[in-house]
Design a protein around this ligand. Structure first.
Ligand SMILES: Nc1nc2c(ncn2[C@@H]2O[C@H](COP(=O)(O)OP(=O)(O)O)[C@@H](O)[C@H]2O)c(=O)[nH]1
Ligand SMILES: [Mg+2]
Length: 219
């Protein structure tokens, strides 16, 4: 029986589309950040605070990807950034073609930074290059420090790991050192921040990294 491995074909053509999109965004001077995490890890909350802090320094837009609803895009617009909601029609990830269509929805305005809040899960989004210049993942304290062991690909493809909800650490047995060691074993170059959107802990460091990533993307 002849077996055709479709997935390989799909990801190979996606990789080509993603490379083309990344080059176009580089030319425009727009840094696209692919933000990935489980549902409820704090992606939208992190974005709300980050946009509030940086919106006077740079032109930021957000693409919210979800299976349904527009709740996250509405939250982002309330902060004063341009937002579009992309529905994935049941798909658990965004690929480069879907990302291109969502970008078209933002119009022709030149943005310094566009964040794609990917569909919430730690598996499928890691498998598809969206054309982003940087991949940033969140892991929240309540999810546990063993997640690098269970979802290694997500930690391997991310440039940055943000451990969120540090304010609730007293209520969870989250071993920061063990989590960081596990992430670094998978990806020695990963940059790690510990933040709380409640107290503001770690935002200065995360936002400094983001500002420098936007600046370097334009050079
Ligand atoms: N205690 C605490 N709760 C947070 C923090 N960040 C987000 N949350 C809460 O976690 C829940 C999910 O946040 P949300 O940003 O919608 O997660 P998303 O699904 O990843 O976009 C909400 O109830 C937030 O208020 C944090 O730093 N500390
Ligand atoms: Mg969200």
């Amino acid at each position: 029986m002849k077996i055709i491995e479709l997935k390989e074909t799909i990801t190979a053509s996606n990789d080509r589309d993603a490379a083309v999109l990344r080059a176009e965004l580089k030319e425009k001077g727009t840094l696209l950040v692919n933000l990935m995490a489980s549902p409820g890890a704090g992606k939208t909350t992190l974005l709300e605070r980050t946009i509030r802090d940086l919106k006077d320094e740079m032109n930021i837009a957000v693409m919210e990807a979800d299976v349904d609803s527009d709740v996250d895009a509405v939250r982002i617009e309330k902060i004063g950034a341009k937002a579009v909601q992309a529905h994935t029609d049941g798909m658990c990830h965004m690929d480069a073609g879907m990302t291109r269509r969502a970008l078209e929805g933002l119009g022709d305005e030149p943005f310094d930074l566009v964040v794609l809040e990917n569909v919430g899960n730690l598996i499928c989004p890691a498998e598809f290059d969206t054309g982003a210049g940087k991949c940033v993942m969140l892991l929240s304290v309540p999810e546990g420090d063993d997640k690098p062991l269970k979802y290694p690909l997500m930690f391997s493809v991310s440039d940055v790991l943000i451990i969120t909800k540090t304010d609730v650490a007293p209520y969870f047995d989250f071993d920061f050192d063990a989590c960081i060691a596990r992430a670094k074993k998978l990806n020695p170059n990963i940059t790690i921040f510990k933040v709380s959107a409640k107290t503001g802990e770690g935002f200065e460091e995360w936002e400094a990294w983001l500002k420098s990533a936007v600046k370097n993307w334009k050079n």
